[in-house]
Ligand binder design. Structure first.
Ligand SMILES: C[S@@+](CC[C@H](N)C(=O)[O-])C[C@H]1O[C@@H](n2cnc3c(N)ncnc32)[C@H](O)[C@@H]1O
Length: 248
């Protein structure tokens, strides 16, 4: 499989053509293993900075948010060796908070911080309010067997919001904010209702224990008493509207 960082570069190249304007890119989770050898993470910070450096004539902006000061400093030094550190604005802190207060439009947001599905959903919800269509939300480690739970609640949540979601190269999730026509790379496809992959996310199943709503599936309908995984069981919906009491 191609490096996730290179798959992101393909997406940016396409977005830049579509928009013909400078892009604003946010990555949550900076490189933690700054080496070209034996890494599994994808070196996205490096590949994105390199892409921006090549587009010298277009003032794209790239932000990378990182919780651990040591990772951030090591990544800065790694990029500096290739003269790329000036192409990244680093933010030290919790991605959740940094996203919440970002207050600028984002064209591509890459969520690659923390393994918890609930944390991921929180980051998604904070980032989506700044997403400027046509735009992309990309999450790493959603479909690969290595560490594939990160999208467990974000994928069904995004689908309930009406976004198309693609499985990219058996690993990344691409959530479309008006980019349904993006030509997907090899080994990638848009998830369709009934796709066996969706069984993992259970978003074809109705589990609402509050209103037993027949029209909605999973996340936005409330608590999931009988749901098959703890993340869905603990979900509480912001939009929850109790079913009106039926009086005979
Ligand atoms: C998988 S690595 C990121 C890899 C990088 N994107 C790449 O392509 O090489 C995850 C990083 O997210 C950071 N992280 C974990 N939780 C975070 C949070 N809540 N906010 C910001 N960064 C976080 C970790 O310290 C770690 O450096």
């Amino acid at each position: 499989m191609r490096d996730p960082g290179l798959l992101l570069v393909d997406m940016l190249t396409w977005l830049a053509q579509q928009k013909a304007a400078p892009l604003r890119i946010v990555e949550c989770g900076t490189i933690r293993h700054p080496s070209f050898e034996g890494h599994e993470d994808g070196l996205a910070t490096y590949h994105l900075a390199r892409w921006i450096a090549k587009q010298r004539h277009t003032p794209h902006e790239f932000y990378s948010f990182e919780l651990t000061a040591g990772h951030l400093k090591a990544c800065q030094a790694f990029l500096r060796d290739d003269g790329l550190d000036d192409y990244v604005t680093f933010g030290l802190g919790d991605a959740d908070l940094l996203l919440e207060h970002f207050c600028q439009p984002i064209d591509l947001c890459y969520l690659d911080a923390g393994a918890s599905p609930v944390e991921n959903l929180s980051q998604y919800r904070r980032a989506e309010k700044w997403l400027r269509p046509p735009g992309m939300m990309v999450i790493d480690d959603v479909f690969d067997p290595r560490n594939a739970d990160r999208g467990l609640v974000t994928v069904p949540y995004a689908r309930l919001e009406g976004h198309k979601v693609a499985c990219i190269a058996g690993r990344l999730a691409l959530i479309s904010f008006g980019v349904d026509d993006y030509p997907l790379p090899a080994d990638s496809y848009w998830l369709q209702p009934g796709d066996p992959m969706l069984l993992k996310f259970r978003d074809d199943t109705r589990y609402c224990a509050n209103c037993h709503c027949a029209e909605h599936s999973d996340v936005h309908t409330g608590r999931f008493k009988d749901a098959p995984n703890q993340f869905l069981r603990n979900m509480v919906c912001d939009n929850f509207v109790p079913k009106p009491e039926v009086r005979e």
